[in-house]
Ligand binder design. Sequence first.
Ligand code: F6P
Length: 509
Amino acid sequence: MTAAQRLTGSLAPHAQRLSSVRIAELVAADPARAADLSLRVGPLYANFSRQRIDRDALDALLRLADACALPQAFRALFDGERVNVSEDRPALHVALRSVLGAGAVARDAQAQAAQARARMAKLVDDLVASDVTDIVNVGIGGSDLGPRLVADALKDAHSGRFRVHFLTNVDGSDAQHRLRGLDPARTAAILVSKSFGTQETLLNGKILKDWLGGGERLYAVSANVPKAEAFGVAAERVLPMWDWVGGRYSLWSAVGFAIALAVGMPRFEELLAGAAEMDAHALQAAPERNLPILHALFAVWNRNALGLHTHAVLPYDERLALLPAYLQQLVMESLGKSVTPAGQPAGVDTVPVLWGGAGTNSQHSFFQALHQGTQTVPADFIGVVNPDHAYAENHAALLSNLLAQTEALANGHSDGDPQKTYPGNRPSTLLLLDALTPGSLGALIALYEHSVYAQSVLWGVNAFDQWGVELGKRIAGELLPAVRGETTQVSDPVTRALLAEISRRRSGG
Ligand code: F6P
């Protein structure tokens, strides 16, 4: 039986049965629901009771988890089996922070990770002892979003020794603005690129190398060490990456060098320990009490049983404002697939469009559509119980808004005026961190990584390749001579017309 048949077969009758049932009714009819549909893992609490589902449907989802052998799939991931089938590799990001994987492949990865961490710690010490004040991380996608998210989220835990900047876009204005005000004599750059072949990073790396006046304060993190060295980074300043870590799963490796410089090695280790706690839970907890598995099952329920097309991530903490952008890569690059590893159609709707923004700001923007738009958008609301500031009244306002929104979306309201009717019945999950610490952030990110993996198993797609991004890169490479004005030979008639327009409008053209 295919994943698609399993999914549609097992969930459809429950979706049909619940089609006219409202979340508020489910809550009212089941006093234990708020407690029973909640779970704590270390510093992270999750409450799923505002999902549009009842216990029978949840049982069906758990049977699906069983049929898809989710616990065994986690064991295969941790043990270094070649779960990235199309690239014939393991996906061992868990070996960067946990020693739970058994077998030679996993053990070898854990040892390599520990060795690289020790080298990174030494480079952190060297930089601390130097007169460098600013660090520029040059990278894109997974070589940018993870370190940038964590460095930003942990701003209250920064040691203050360095200012950390992130240069990403091939748009030259990004380099122009990032470097403005920095002193090349007191700045170090880290070129982060797993492949060391990414156009954006190589172009920006060249700008940095020239701006720094050579390779003396140039560092690199890459799985392609020879290429990094050929670029001009001294061997002792190149930290390794490996083909068994996907870019979007890599912040736990030396890709997190900028994080370690921002918060110091002990706090970087706490980040890894938080993720390791979630790893142990994902691997060992029974599916019905397994947070990543439950999170994945509700995602599948919303996508395939309720047919919802998008998913919002709404952190009620300004320090997590970059989380939606980070998760867009993690979730959509991992699950934006429509064929199985065997090349057959998945036969089932896979990834929803993921989007979002920080609350309360978003309430004054797109929340209108969440409350009264024609599309139902399931959401993850994320809150932090204890703040790192002394503005107690602000924090009370923040938390009351967070709770109010989940309540309003679920319950709705009507006083008869259609303009002022809130349909409600809009599902959400609430994730609460005790405080935003390196450990709780590590656990939160690892939760999403494991949920994504579980969803990929349920949908029967490979979470660890990303062939979809290649075609555009190839065409951009082919068009470069024409954009430079070296040729007018372009096969696509629309692109040809657009190039002609650009050429006419170019200053001096
Ligand atoms: O184009 C997509 C991608 O390959 C991502 O998966 C990756 O995180 C990013 O580009 C950067 O790649 P690299 O680290 O090899 O420069």
